[in-house]
Write a protein that binds this ligand. Sequence first.
Ligand SMILES: Nc1nc2c(ncn2[C@@H]2O[C@H](COP(=O)(O)OP(=O)(O)O)[C@@H](O)[C@H]2O)c(=O)[nH]1
Ligand SMILES: [Mg+2]
Length: 427
Amino acid sequence: MKETEETAKRAEQAFLIGVRDQEVPEAEAESLLRELGSLASTLGAVVVGSMTVPLREKHAALLLGSGKADEICAAAKAAMADSIIFDRSLSPVQQRNWERLTGLSVYDRSELIIKIFASRAQTREASLQVELASLQYSLPRLSHSYEDLNRQRGGRYGTKGAGEQKIELDRRGISDRIRDIKDELEIVRKSRSTQRKRRERETVPRAAIVGYTNAGKSSLLNALSKADVLAEDKLFATLDPTTRRLSGKYGDLLLTDTVGFVRNLPHGLIEAFKATLEEAAAADLLIHVLDAADPESEKHWTTTNEVLASIGADVSGCVVVYNKVDKLEDRTSLAFLARRHERVVFTSVKTGEGIQELREAIALALGGKREEVNLRIPPHRYDLVAMLYAQGAVISEEHDGQAYVIRCSLTERLRPKVEEFISEPLG
Ligand SMILES: Nc1nc2c(ncn2[C@@H]2O[C@H](COP(=O)(O)OP(=O)(O)O)[C@@H](O)[C@H]2O)c(=O)[nH]1
Ligand SMILES: [Mg+2]
């Protein structure tokens, strides 16, 4: 029992296996492996080692030859790994064989992605999409592995309805479940407006960080909140773990890290991905992070915007961030990029360059959507005055004998709350 508790507290230690073959040359295999590492850390795992192996012919039992398999097994154990994650699809049989061989939890890229989606799904729709994807895409593997993970780690993963229940389902039960999910999805989609109403009640502006996995989204979120002492104290338990609250001269803001885009996302996962992204992407401001040193970043820019547009996100006025500029030997291309985007910041989390500029760009972009007004608030509604102060919206306060006369700067979110007390709009 004690041992289980300790395992549950410790982060999963993952050993990653990249695979190169005729279709995936060395350089691409390495970059896919880096992406896999970033995905693993998104799930909260710690990467304790990795290896890229050549695949000349596929072996039915273990994908790789038994000599390579033994080598991987030894390396993973030496690194004290709890799990081995393959960058290539494993069949259910191969997965089982690997687990028998190593005694560790073994899974592949697709399953890792589904686990991330499951852990990030905030809405009913997203949870359903993730469950649907997991049932359709790789059920035998998943059911087996969720069961395994739940046993090993006290049910930390897939706890949002995507995992546990379906283990008991037989094949017929599964197709029934798929039909039920599709029915429920229809209903949930129709009631989307309810979710939107809930969001409108939030008063703090929200910004979401989007972009490809490995661009540095989580690093930037950390860097931005670290520079802000207040942010640490304000890590409210009610916020989901990917959201931080920042404070600044323009008032508070919530900054959300989203599930990153993934290269070659399996088709069956696209809807689940969009649903997971949707809630965050409805933010007041999008911060689009790109890897300045990645030759593919131009392509990533286009794909990201296309997907965001398809889920109805507002990509206009977004803050574009080219991160990892420390990796560039030649910076001449940045001048071109600077002209190309309306709001662009060049950053390096590694050196700290541009982080302050980014904070200002975010504040400015959000501030641009503010409106200055005069309010006359009666004494019995002092709660509204207090709320405006809490939001950092108050510019000046006076009392004219009957009411509080407040000059303030309103966000789109705040406006409806105090609308009836607006006495005169200011220029
Ligand atoms: N050289 C360099 N590496 C960075 C920078 N920002 C992030 N990284 C690294 O890039 C990898 C991916 O970062 P992460 O924040 O996990 O990316 P995410 O997947 O977009 O959240 C990590 O190994 C980071 O340490 C940067 O500005 N410069
Ligand atoms: Mg991340």
